[in-house]
Ligand binder design. Structure first.
Ligand SMILES: Cc1cc2nc3c(=O)[nH]c(=O)nc-3n(C[C@H](O)[C@H](O)[C@H](O)COP(=O)(O)OP(=O)(O)OC[C@H]3O[C@@H](n4cnc5c(N)ncnc54)[C@H](O)[C@@H]3O)c2cc1C
Ligand code: SF4
Length: 502
């Protein structure tokens, strides 16, 4: 029997499998991803992925579909395939490049040991092919996202005027850094989506199968069909794109979502096509409806970062997942699950995560990620948390962002230096600190901001590794100006603080 195997994040309408449904004796829609059972997940993430899959099932409505649903204790993908093979021997399995290396490895092993042909097709929810990244990255000593981004802009003629970048420069990152304190406009309210019967049934299945999962389904407001995902994209373009560029790095206690697009879940499960999003946004620029810093900023995230991160994942896996550059072992503090901490910035980012299965990039990077970096949390534990709690998390994208970008646990593959920051950065970009129990303006007092003393402790404790990094020299120059008493105080305070929270 020839089967097509489709996972919940493989719903792109350009997928080889959807375009060739007639070639298969059985089309397996497989809901119970192994990692739903292996690490704690947010209920909204599971509900979103499963409901999207079930809506696509209705859309294709094919007689050869076999629908494998989530249940409380599913035996796992390979046991399921073994069963299928016993019921009726499989001759071939066609699937799309899976979103984590383990699934691919398991499928390869299963098909080889059972002499079944395995055909892995290109994942059409990306603009570039994996071969593009391989071609671009071969012979390069270091892989820099900005250059891959420029290469792709030229290759796909995106935001280009002939051979020159639109707006006269490649990157408007410096114009993406306004603080929330500079915001004068109101942030428009997001439209609510109605929960239909299909999604309601999925929610019941999620509650039954994963009763103790993280978060709640109460505020579920995610699109689960292609048409609603497109509506959400259009809502972003009409109401948020204009200010997206200016406030990309801002954080606010009054708005969890700010001007972000919230389209990552749809790009990552295939409900939305990345080129479609880019084309619509580029059109706004051409029609003078959106400024270049917003349009280029958005294109850079999707064409630059998203494609680059995926290339890094497949180039460096499976070793990548085990990297721990600073050899850190500290476990995750309980407040990553319950948001109960006096650090307002952490409380806010984790509460948002619980409520929406979402927090925006700067919260993920400069709040929860930065804390994990400077507190020396174990990268594998931190990665499990990010993979489970975010609506858009799949290993190909979560891992390089968390282990590489946020934690520098890859020693500099994704970024050339750690994104370590003190409370000063958070205070500059947000309005959090005035509502915090801690004092952001001091470092070694009783009520000093933990981000401050842990930041200096991070620099001291990693000095033998980081001082030789040329991009860290200015930072180490400022450490050199501190006296020994200061250094011993930040070390002592950090030690007590980390002991207290873990
Ligand atoms: C520690 C950490 C973990 C992350 N984990 C994930 C994850 O599991 N899944 C995920 O999709 N993104 C992840 N990101 C990247 C980024 O934070 C999210 O893509 C973004 O917050 C999604 O929200 P949005 O759609 O509103 O993004 P916007 O700010 O509106 O950006 C537009 C789009 O650009 C893409 N994008 C932006 N930055 C990145 C990036 N660094 N890598 C890949 N795509 C990017 C996303 O598809 C996003 O939808 C992570 C970042 C960090 C620092
Ligand atoms: S004072 Fe420190 S802990 Fe409190 S919100 Fe500001 S940065 Fe976060």
């Amino acid at each position: 029997m020839k089967i097509a195997l489709i996972f919940p994040d493989q719903l792109s309408n350009k997928s080889y499998l959807f375009l060739n449904l007639e070639s298969y004796d059985q089309i397996i829609l497989f809901e119970p991803l192994d990692n739903f059972y292996e690490i704690p997940h947010h209920k909204q993430k599971i509900a979103f992925l499963i409901s999207s899959l079930r809506h696509i099932k209705q859309e294709i409505n094919h007689p050869n579909i076999k629908h494998e649903k989530i249940i409380k204790d599913h035996p796992g993908l390979i046991k399921f395939l073994n069963n299928q093979n016993e019921i009726e021997p499989l001759t071939s399995i066609d699937t799309v490049q899976p979103s984590d290396h383990k699934i691919l490895r398991d499928l390869l092993f299963f098909s080889q040991t059972n002499s079944i042909e395995l055909n892995v097709h290109n994942d059409s929810k990306f603009i570039a092919k994996l071969e593009d990244f391989e071609y671009w990255s071969k012979d390069k000593k270091s892989l820099i996202q900005e250059f891959y981004y420029r290469w792709l802009r030229k290759k796909y003629n995106i935001l280009m005027n002939d051979n020159e970048p639109a707006g006269g420069q490649w990157n408007f990152d410096k114009e993406n850094r306004k603080s929330i304190k500079q915001l004068k406009d109101e942030i428009p309210k997001r439209n609510s989506l109605k929960t239909d019967k299909e999604t309601f049934d999925v929610m019941v299945d999620v509650e039954t199968s994963f009763p103790d999962a993280f978060g709640s389904l109460e505020n579920f407001n995610w699109a689960v069909t292609r048409s609603d995902a497109k509506l959400k994209l259009k809502e972003f373009i009409s109401s948020y794109l204009f200010n997206y560029g200016n406030f990309q790095d801002a954080m606010s206690k009054d708005s969890s979502l700010l001007f972000h697009s919230l389209i990552s879940p749809y790009l990552n499960n295939g409900l939305l096509c990345p080129m479609e999003a880019i084309d619509l946004v580029e059109l706004e620029y051409k029609n003078n409806q959106a400024p270049i810093n917003a349009v280029e900023g958005f294109v850079r995230q999707i064409l630059g970062w998203r494609e680059f991160i995926r290339g890094i994942y497949w180039k460096y896996m499976p070793q990548y997942k085990t990297l721990n550059f600073f050899d850190t072992k500290t476990k995750l503090p309980e407040f990553y699950w319950n948001a109960e901490t006096d650090m307002y910035c952490m409380h806010k980012a984790i509460s948002d995560t619980k409520e929406y299965a979402y927090s925006h990039h700067i919260q993920r990077l400069m709040v929860t990620g930065n804390f994990a970096l400077i507190a020396g949390l174990n990268p594998q534990k931190v990665c499990d948390w990010y993979l489970g709690v975010y609506i858009d998390a799949h290993e190909w994208v979560e891992l390089p962002n968390t282990l590489g970008m946020a934690l520098f646990a890859d020693g500099g593959i994704v970024g050339s230096k750690p994104y370590a920051a003190s409370g000063k950065y958070i205070n500059r970009m947000s309005n959090f600190c005035k509502d915090c129990k801690y004092d952001v303006n001091t470092i070694i007092e009783d009520d000093s901001c933990p981000m401050n003393f842990m930041y200096w402790n991070f620099l001291i404790s990693r000095e033998n590794i980081l001082r030789k990094n040329p991009r860290m020299s200015l930072i180490y120059n400022s450490l050199d100006k501190k006296d020994d008493l200061f250094k011993s105080k930040v070390q002592a305070k950090s030690k007590i603080f980390i002991k207290d929270i873990t």
